[in-house]
Design a protein around this ligand. Sequence first.
Ligand SMILES: C[S@@+](CC[C@H](N)C(=O)[O-])C[C@H]1O[C@@H](n2cnc3c(N)ncnc32)[C@H](O)[C@@H]1O
Ligand code: SF4
Length: 398
Amino acid sequence: MRNHIYIHFPFCLSKCHYCDFNSYPTDRDAIPFEAYTQALLNELAYRCRLFEEGGLHGFGKQTPIDSIYIGGGTPSLMRPRDVDKLLAAIRKIFTCDTMTEVTIEANPETLNAHTIDGFVRSGINRFSIGIQSLNNKTLKQFRRIHSAEQALAVLELLNRYDGVKTSADLIFGFPGQGVDEWVGELKRVMGLGINHLSCYALSCDRGSSYYEKVKRGELPPPDPDLVGHMLEATYDVAETAGIGAYEISNFAREGFECRHNLGYWRYEPYMGLGAGACGQYYCKEGSSDFLVREVNRYSPDDYMRAVLKGQADADGIFTPEKISRDQAVFEYLMMGLRLREGIAVSDFRSRFGDLLEGYQGEIDHCVHDGLLETDNLAIRPTRKGFIFNNRLVLRMMK
Ligand SMILES: C[S@@+](CC[C@H](N)C(=O)[O-])C[C@H]1O[C@@H](n2cnc3c(N)ncnc32)[C@H](O)[C@@H]1O
Ligand code: SF4
């Protein structure tokens, strides 16, 4: 298993209408850059002390780190010098090399040649750009504060950096969008020579302003049938362009898959730093292994107050949760069934023994329904299994 690090930056310049992430609209001048970076550094130091003393958690000194992901919020608002400090601190403790994937999520209005230079110099080698739509009217309705032209210009700018990978996020299936409009947009983005793309069906989540509008009857919720057609069309366009789906919503040319997200879907360990960040650790107690998940306090103020005061313990910033074996099996299957590569029988066995044999009836049923394909090495979702993924997971869990 490979180890990963996630860092959360919870501030944004405005709140998008569909967003329920742990993000807070804040004037640029009011973002506590200095204090937040210091809190992240304190948390990193605290966690390393804790792991060293307990000998737990699998993130010892010099542990090789496969990927680092700075997500948000809008982490591209950060000052490159703060990113530099953070990455330098991580490199001092763990083993990172040129192969370590280091991603920053970026909103188009925050990037220019100067900031990109700074981030690349600090060690960022992958940018995930939130384009969302190429329709300026839609971007306005989403309360995005960039235009389609700005997003395309940023992609073009990033193309000039050797050794830097770029990904684009798009959203489809919002009220009023038809299959043809979506396919046109998708083809345009794929035509830019992009190597990685994430295409998300719009979801209507509690906590977003879209959710409130749907509740008041002002906007319709996403139409699942239309979304199914759009997803089908997305797979067709992507395959033709040579950017296959390696996960339900993620597309890449070979070798450009996002290693960080693969880590989540493969159920690998990751350290979470920052407000609302989640970490997942494999621990040992005597001869038995167990999994612990730790979710940090959501509010940036509470998080900073606790960590800056030196209270970075279970009472201060995070709540540890021991994951039961049944829950771990469920989550592992749910994650693995999102991936084109599916679940390797040998990996399942090394984690959970011969438990997979107990699922043979469900596997046969799903193969019969065209949701799964299987050989002696792995069970893999088919395209139908991607489109009807909820159905596939429910069937497997019966
Ligand atoms: C952590 S979020 C935001 C990243 C970055 N701040 C931005 O907005 O571009 C990552 C991605 O999730 C997707 N996303 C967020 N809310 C969504 C929703 N309600 N439905 C579908 N996709 C969503 C967007 O494509 C977004 O780029
Ligand atoms: S979608 Fe991105 S920019 Fe918009 S509010 Fe959420 S995290 Fe911030």
